[in-house]
Design a protein. Structure first.
Length: 81
């Protein structure tokens, strides 16, 4: 049986913090006509944008900004350099 404090730590480990969002106004600002863009299309766009960000810059930005905020790395990761 897990202790209450361990369960709280595990839940905290997976807490999500939103990074950004996309809305029809964003599309309009980029010159797109959103008159026929329904919520299903918006959800697909958001999903594809999230995947693209993870592939193209998320991990690099995470590393840079975590260092900027002085978040310490585990010792095992510090030894890899």
């Amino acid at each position: 049986m897990k202790s209450t404090s361990k369960i709280k730590r595990e839940k905290r480990y997976y807490d999500d913090f939103p990074i950004t969002s996309v809305c029809r106004a964003d599309l309009e600002s980029a010159g797109f006509d959103t008159i026929n863009v329904d919520n299903d299309i918006m959800l697909e766009l958001a999903s594809k944008m999230a995947n693209a960000y993870c592939d193209i810059g998320f991990w690099e930005d995470l590393e840079i900004l975590a260092k900027y905020l002085k978040i310490k790395k585990h010792k095992k990761f510090n030894k890899r350099k």
